[in-house]
Structure formats: structure tokens, C-alpha cells
Design a protein around this ligand. Sequence first.
Ligand SMILES: *[C@@H]1O[C@H](CO)[C@@H](O)[C@H](O)[C@H]1NC(C)=O
Ligand SMILES: *[C@@H]1O[C@H](CO)[C@@H](O)[C@H](O)[C@H]1NC(C)=O
Ligand SMILES: *[C@@H]1O[C@H](CO)[C@@H](O)[C@H](O)[C@H]1NC(C)=O
Ligand SMILES: *[C@@H]1O[C@H](CO)[C@@H](O)[C@H](O)[C@H]1NC(C)=O
Ligand SMILES: *[C@@H]1O[C@H](CO)[C@@H](O)[C@H](O)[C@H]1NC(C)=O
Ligand SMILES: *[C@@H]1O[C@H](CO)[C@@H](O)[C@H](O)[C@H]1NC(C)=O
Ligand SMILES: *[C@@H]1O[C@H](CO)[C@@H](O)[C@H](O)[C@H]1NC(C)=O
Length: 453
Amino acid sequence: MKIAFHLLVHFSLLVFVSCYGGNGYDPLENALKIQRSRRTTVNHASKEDVTIDNSYSPVYMGPQDGLKDADKISELPESPVNSSTNPLVLWLNGGPGCSSFGNGAMMELGPFRVNADNITLSQNKYAWNNVANVLFLESPAGVGFSYSNTSSDYITGDVQTAKDSYTFLVNWLERFPEYKTRDFYITGESYAGHYVPQLAQLILQNNEITNQTVINLEGIALGNAYDDDETSNTGMYDYFWTHAIISDEIHDGILSHCNFSENATITDACDDYQSQAFIAMSNVFFYDIYTPLCSPFSNSTPSIPGFDPCTENYILGYLNSPVVQQSLHAKPVQWESCNVYINTHWQDMPFTVLPVIQDLMASGISVWIYSGDTDGRVPVTTSRYSINKLQTSVKTPWYPWMFQGEVGGYVVGYENLTFVTIRGAGHFVPSYQPGRALAFFTSFLEGKLPTNH
Ligand SMILES: *[C@@H]1O[C@H](CO)[C@@H](O)[C@H](O)[C@H]1NC(C)=O
Ligand SMILES: *[C@@H]1O[C@H](CO)[C@@H](O)[C@H](O)[C@H]1NC(C)=O
Ligand SMILES: *[C@@H]1O[C@H](CO)[C@@H](O)[C@H](O)[C@H]1NC(C)=O
Ligand SMILES: *[C@@H]1O[C@H](CO)[C@@H](O)[C@H](O)[C@H]1NC(C)=O
Ligand SMILES: *[C@@H]1O[C@H](CO)[C@@H](O)[C@H](O)[C@H]1NC(C)=O
Ligand SMILES: *[C@@H]1O[C@H](CO)[C@@H](O)[C@H](O)[C@H]1NC(C)=O
Ligand SMILES: *[C@@H]1O[C@H](CO)[C@@H](O)[C@H](O)[C@H]1NC(C)=O
């Protein structure tokens, strides 16, 4: 884990606390609001925003001598079994601006969870490192424990984030050359619906022309992914309506007054119905609509087995402990789950990355879209509308997949694409359904659809 931020740098600018999806802060909505208002004033996304330019210049390679020893690789939670042959997987959280280490590793799929005392850890027996060697990258620079000494680096966007992540990977593989030939996968959720396809595309492009490390990219998996602005809106309001969160009147108002397609104008009437929808929803944690809130009334008995709704607070306490920061070799900082400055200053954000996903589907790598079906933020309806726009055809029709004798979710095999739902999981799929999440992830790495028995 610590390797991920050793190459990067650390930063502290924020003074107030903002948790990813918790405490009423919604990083995705925050960034999207700014982008959407900008689209109506500035001219639309330029071509450059949509496709990463495909000229190649060698990436910066830092000297790696001695740094591997300093990283204390022996303490890394590699796979307990078959670590020398298991694939290498990069995990990215979204936001934009949220920490992959604090959220992905400590709350979702990593080997440890923080206990209610903010001090001790318990083991997550469904950690994804059971079947892979997982890297959590603090991305872009400025997020979590990473920092830059150049403050303008915190004004960034999609294109720069992909380039920097690529540079990180090439350097990391120099430092840990035993992973160079390993199968490599990229996974992530939410706004990583932008990061993952863009980074994958850059890797494939550079693999063709580089005289540096060729990265063995085998596949990507996108969880509750924000990949198209239109489907993110239509899918969300349809989900609210079909899950009894908003009235018929509000839903009808949205249907008749809102046109969410690219270049369409959002009218005042549409804005008004959207506000009404959020007011109607009230105090529901829409990253997982049926979950209890973290409140003074909730004792610390997890209501979802294994997941405590106050986990974010424990992580905040734990990662801000000086002893923990010291053992992580992190620069002492006020650690934050999400960096609001980066989030609100986000630059390029294409309206859709579906064309990038289509390129990847045709490239022969494995492309999976998965969705926790109790997420209201980037819900399963959004994923299905996006898949519809990808214009692929069904090869293996919809069927239930099984985990420990129960339906783990549903799966459809499309041409060059697999779609999997995880039943009873919210936006942070491995937090809420750790067993089902590990089962789906194992199938993904094996390149086989989850089994129906
Ligand atoms: C480890 O690898 C061996 C050989 O490929 C395989 O049979 C075994 O199931 C793997 N163990 C785990 C826990 O993945
Ligand atoms: C950033 O600045 C600090 C203080 O001058 C220095 O110790 C650190 O090495 C610098 N980091 C980088 C990546 O240049
Ligand atoms: C790789 O290519 C670049 C640009 O074409 C060149 O400057 C560099 O010397 C090459 N490096 C190696 C190791 O061949
Ligand atoms: C939106 O407008 C831009 C700039 O005029 C144009 O390039 C793009 O094709 C338009 N998109 C759609 C879906 O009409
Ligand atoms: C929505 O807006 C787009 C772009 O302006 C337009 O092409 C489309 O016809 C509109 N849809 C409806 C249903 O009005
Ligand atoms: C844990 O950390 C959170 C966030 O800093 C804090 O609100 C809470 O009081 C801490 N709990 C304990 C038991 O120290
Ligand atoms: C699937 O991949 C093949 C091989 O690259 C390509 O010819 C085909 O167009 C792709 N189909 C879809 C729907 O992506």
C-alpha cells in the first residue's frame, strides 16, 4: 500500500473535513454542477478534451535505486497465496479528488478495516488481495497523502490525470520489475469511470510506440461508473422514481422539462424539478439507499454485517494519527478523504467517455461494467442506459449468478463486454457486499462469467 504514495508527494490545504459520500458531501455532484454550468457558458468540450492526444514522448523515469528497500516491500499485503503469479491490479477511487487509499483500501476492498476506537484494525477476509496484488494510487497528485510542491498542479483534469497515472505505473514497474510481466488490470468506481478507460486507452496507445516499459493490460472493470453525463441524469431520476424516492409528479416534470443530452439547454423548469427531487428524497444516504446513517443514535453494531456506517469517521481518526502517518512514511498532514480544492477546480471533463470504452471493447482487452443495485448516485439504471448507448449485442442472456447458495446478482454477456450486478450493494460495492464483490472480482480476473450454481 505504501508504495502507492511513495512516488507521489503529500499535501495539506484543506481545513475542513469532507468525507466521500458521507456527512452530506457529494463530491461527484459538486464537480458535475460546476462542469454543467461551465458548459452552458463556455463553448462545449473541445476535441482535445475528448480524446487523449496520441503523440508519444518518453515519460519521466526517476532513479529507483534503494527505494524498493526503503519501501519495505516485505511488509506489503501481497496476496497471501500465489502472490508471485497473481495479477497486478490498480484500484482508483473517483470524486474527482477522493483518496484511493483511504476509501478503496481502508473502507472497501483492502485487507484491513478500522475499528470504532480509531486505533485498531480488523482483517477483511474478503479483501481483493486474496486473488491479486492490488495497488491503490492517490490520484491525482494532491489527493490523500500525495502532494506536489507546485500548487498549480492541483488545478488539473482528466488528460493530466491519465498522463500522471501512466508515468507512475512505468516508474513503479521500474522499482518492482518482478511485476513487469504480470497480467495487469485496472479497476475503479464512480468518477474512475473516466479515469480507468482513459488510462487504459493511453496504455494501449503507448504500448504501440514506447521504447520504455510495455504494460501488460488485460482488462478493466468499472463499478457504478460515471461515464456519460446524459445517462447519469436520466438513470438517476428513473432510479429515484422506481425506488419510491420521488413522486410521479416530480418524475413526470423531469421527463417533460429536462433534456440531458449534450448541448441541450437546461431550462429553469428542469432545474426546479431536479431540486424538488433532492428535497423529496430527504435525508437518505443515496450512495446506498437502504443503509442506516451514521448518527449519534446508531451504536457501533454494524447493521450491514461487516459494515459500520460510521466507518469513514474511524478512517479519518486513524489516518490522522501521527503514529500511523509515521509508519506509513507519509508527510505529516491533515488527512482528508476528498480534496475539495482539486474537485472544485477540475478542468477538462468530457461529456461522455463511451467512445473510449467502445475503442477498448474493440481492442480485445476484457471490459466489465459492474453495478451495486442499491446505489442511487450512479445507479444500475445509468449503467444499463450507458450499455444501451454502447450498441453491443447480447451473447449470453441475463441470468442470476450465485454466491454461497444465494443470488449474488445478475449477469449479461455482451459482445466484448460483460455486465454484472451485485445484489444489495451500494456505490461502494465491496464495503456493503464483500463476499459477493470478491466473487465477482475473481470471475473478472479469471475471464469467466460468474457461475449460476
Ligand atoms: C494457486 O495457484 C494454483 C496453481 O495455479 C491453483 O491451483 C490454486 O487454486 C491457487 N490458489 C489460490 C488460493 O488461488
Ligand atoms: C517538497 O518540498 C519539501 C520542503 O522543501 C522537500 O523536503 C521535499 O523533498 C519536496 N518534495 C519534492 C517532491 O520535491
Ligand atoms: C526512446 O525514444 C526517445 C524518443 O524517440 C529517445 O529520445 C530515447 O533516447 C529513446 N530511448 C532509448 C532507451 O532508446
Ligand atoms: C455538441 O457541440 C459540439 C460543439 O459544437 C459538437 O462538436 C458536438 O458534436 C455536439 N454534440 C452533439 C451530441 O450534438
Ligand atoms: C434534446 O436536445 C438535443 C440537442 O439539442 C436535441 O437534438 C434533441 O432533439 C432534444 N430532445 C428532445 C426530446 O427534445
Ligand atoms: C475517531 O475519529 C473521528 C474523526 O476524527 C472523531 O470524530 C471521533 O471522536 C474519534 N473517535 C474516538 C473513539 O476517538
Ligand atoms: C468487438 O471486437 C471486435 C474485434 O476487435 C470488433 O471487430 C467488433 O467491432 C467489436 N464489437 C463491439 C460491439 O465492440
